[in-house]
Design a protein around this ligand. Structure first.
Ligand code: PLP
Length: 344
């Protein structure tokens, strides 16, 4: 029995987004495939991007790097954004992973164990990971890349962007000949000043937008669908689901769909959520439950066995995310492991 909920991943659209980002940046794209490739499956995503010419990838965790190494073989470069914790040295080395070192302590640890190639994270105002520019060390053996990360790249006019860019350029002067990697997806669209030597996009590869909407050149990649299990008639005054939060004010038709929060459909998607069904966007009615959700299909020609699209080409992931009060990143990475990824 095929699963009633599925996440289709359009690898051609992924490849097209990779080439679009490469063209816009005019610099190599080093894909970010953290969180299992933003939920789409890092192995399949990275293999396709490798075939399209990507040679360097970023993951967040050492474990993600180990899994990716198995998927892509020994050749591609894999950076681990978390850096190098006390227990990470041997694991990083065993899988030929490069930590993006983010403190003087980590640099000491890595160099002390003949670490090998690595990156250095310079914090320019995000205050999450990285050494402060004023504590940036002298160049050291193995340093191949300096990295910084924008806090407000999704707001092109934000003055923080220029301030961080200037701080990064200044700090990176200390490391001539080292690859400078600054822009994430949003940064790629901030203009040539923000590109430096290589860019590091994530969400745009996967069809999401840096500003809560995709750039028009970015193609949708993920399509989350689920089957209708039952279509039922409702009388005026009847209610739907837990807590009776939805009451029909007229006779209605409601479809019960095989997807719930155990599949990664956020409960916060009710009551503002909409799904694409029968050629239209139709509202979610009542609370999202663990395995099921209900949709108003009044007047549509739909029956049990038909499929609805929760997000995808007909309902952009950014729009669905804003209905749930969140961002495309969270929607994509929330799709649970029980939903099979289908590569098309
Ligand atoms: C997640 C992340 C990225 C990619 O960000 P997008 O907004 O998805 O393009 C790049 N660099 C760092 C350090 C990150 O944490």
């Amino acid at each position: 029995m095929p699963s009633p909920a599925r996440l289709f991943v359009d690898l051609d659209a992924l490849a097209a987004n990779f080439h679009t980002l490469t063209r816009v940046a005019g610099a190599p794209v080093h894909p970010v495939v953290k969180a299992d490739g933003y939920g789409l499956g890092a192995a399949a995503v990275a293999r396709r991007l490798l075939a399209e010419g990507a040679d360097t990838f970023f993951v967040a965790r050492v474990g993600g790097g180990e899994a990716l190494r198995k998927a892509v073989g020994s050749k591609p470069i894999i950076y681990v954004l978390d850096g190098c914790g006390p227990k990470d040295v041997l694991r990083l080395q065993a899988s030929q992973l490069r930590p993006v070192l983010s403190s003087l302590e980590q640099i000491k640890r890595w160099l002390g164990s003949d670490g090998g190639p690595c990156g250095l994270h310079i914090d320019t105002g995000m205050n999450r990971l990285g050494v402060r520019p004023e504590e940036a060390p002298e160049p050291f053996a193995g340093l191949e890349m300096v990295v910084s990360h924008l806090a407000c790249a999704d707001e092109p006019g934000h003055p923080m962007n220029r301030a961080q860019r200037a701080a990064f350029e200044l700090a990176a002067r200390k490391y001539p000949g080292t690859v400078r990697s600054f822009a994430n997806s949003g940064g790629v669209f901030l203009g040539p000043d923000f590109i430096f030597d290589a860019v590091r996009p994530g969400v745009c590869l996967y069809g999401g937008g840096p500003e809560g909407r995709p750039d028009e050149r970015i193609r949708p990649v993920a399509r989350f669908t689920a089957d209708i299990l039952q279509v039922r008639d409702l009388l005026a005054g009847e209610t739907v689901g837990y807590g009776r939060t939805f009451e029909a004010d007229r006779p209605m038709m409601v479809a019960t769909v095989a997807a719930g929060y155990a599949d990664g459909v956020l409960r916060s998607w009710s009551p503002r959520g909409r799904v694409f069904v029968g050629g239209e966007l139709r509202p979610v009615v009542g609370r999202i439950s663990m395995d099921l959700m209900c949709v108003d299909v009044t007047g549509l020609e739909v029956t049990a066995g038909d499929t609805v699209e929760l997000f995808g080409p007909n309902h952009p992931v950014d729009v669905a995310a804003s209905e749930a009060g969140t961002i495309a990143y969270e929607l994509l990475t929330s799709v649970s492991p029980r939903v099979p990824r289908v590569y098309v």
